[in-house]
Design a protein around this ligand. Structure first.
Ligand code: UT7
Length: 328
């Protein structure tokens, strides 16, 4: 085991230009701005251009993260892309990205853990690095959820958006970097949030298309209850493992699914509002891309200073959850 400290040495984000506002959704399904804002906190989301796939969004965020880290793509040893909207079933989006970036020496794979995917990927990358296998890893959360969203279903179509966030991991000074990870899964809750069509159990057929099985299916109320429970417990576990108390948190970066879920995490951790990064109002839920985009935005806004204690926490389909404590 290599006892190096692993941390984030560069961040980047990318949001497609096109905005889908609540007012526009009002003309697509029976909903209204007041309902969406009060129940979710979302005002608008970004939608990828028709020619953009997930790897294109990932590429833009990655270029920025590499620049911020001060390294070139050929110095990367590994690329992990967390996504549930890969460009295609295979090759992986990470391999497509590796080619686009010219990261010739990097191994590459995708990781599927829905909205928890970015935290799962950070934990995987850190384990590789602590093992001494790799020195510089690019971890990306990227999604084009608009491609799997049913814009006739008001229960889901108001929630999701497209975007990408990327970080470069490298060795950092002793005492800095990742202090703990807490990952979990409960496959028994898989049916609460899923997309069945197009997999090996339900290959695409005319019937599967007619039945709208190639879109996200969700039991919102049950996912909500699970989210509120697990956001608090995952963060508590990660803090306990790191030996850090709630009072020492400088910035919470939660998965941006719903402002009410975020509020419950803020309350559970007893944090003042300004110690929580919130951008769900402008981007909606971008699954694996939400946390790295919020992190990159916090860095851009100067909200993260050297020595700060950050807590990342998320939940999602699987069901899955994950949290991490790190010193910036
Ligand atoms: O990354 C993980 C992804 N998933 C999540 O994070 C989802 C977690 N769940 C949620 O965020 C919330 O459950 C929702 C925002 C999806 C829904 O909010 P809710 O407060 O749980 O509403 P509800 O599902 O209990 O629905 C309340 C009412 C229903 O009408 P009735 O049955 O009371 O007459 C719905 O039909 O609101 C209705 N409704 C809507 N009304 C206007 C549902 N969607 C809409 C809509 N506009 N878009």
């Amino acid at each position: 085991m290599n006892d190096i400290s692993v941390g984030i040495i560069g961040t980047g984000k990318y949001a497609p230009e096109r905005r889908l506002t609540n007012q526009q959704l009002e003309s697509m399904v029976e909903t209204n701005d007041e309902w969406i804002v009060s129940r979710t906190g979302i005002r608008e989301r970004r939608i990828a251009a028709p020619e953009q796939a997930t790897s294109d969004l990932a590429y833009e965020a990655s270029v920025r993260a590499l620049e911020a880290a001060g390294i070139t793509a050929d110095q990367l040893d590994l690329i992990i892309v967390a996504t549930i909207t890969p460009d295609m079933l295979f090759p992986s989006t990470a391999c497509i990205l590796q080619e686009k970036l010219g990261a010739k020496k990097a191994a590459a794979f995708d990781l599927s853990a829905a909205c928890s995917g970015f935290i799962y990927s950070l934990a995987s990358a850190t384990a590789f690095m602590k093992m001494g296998m790799y020195r510089r890893v690019l971890v990306v959360g990227a999604e084009t959820l608009s491609r799997i969203t049913d814009y006739t279903d008001r229960n889901t179509c108001i929630l999701f958006g497209d975007g990408a966030g990327a970080v470069v991991l490298g060795e950092v000074a002793e005492g800095r970097g990742f202090k703990s990870f807490e990952l979990g899964a409960d496959g028994a809750g898989g049916e609460l949030l899923r997309l069945c069509g197009g997999g090996s159990r339900m290959p695409a057929t005319e019937q599967s298309i007619a039945d709208r099985r190639h879109f996200i299916e969700m039991n919102g109320r049950d996912v909500f209850k699970f989210a509120v429970r697990v956001m608090g417990s995952a963060a508590d576990e990660a803090l306990a493992k790191a030996g850090i108390s709630k009072e020492d948190i400088d910035l919470l970066i939660p998965h941006q699914a719903n402002i009410r879920i975020i509020q419950s995490a803020i309350e559970r951790l007893n944090l003042p509002q300004e110690k929580c990064m919130i951008n769900v109002d402008r981007y909606g839920n971008m699954s694996a891309a939400s946390i790295p985009m919020a992190l990159a935005e916090a860095v851009e806004e100067g909200r993260v200073k050297e020595g700060d204690t950050l807590v990342l926490v998320g939940f999602g389909g699987g069901l899955t959850w994950g949290a991490s404590v790190l010193t910036w």
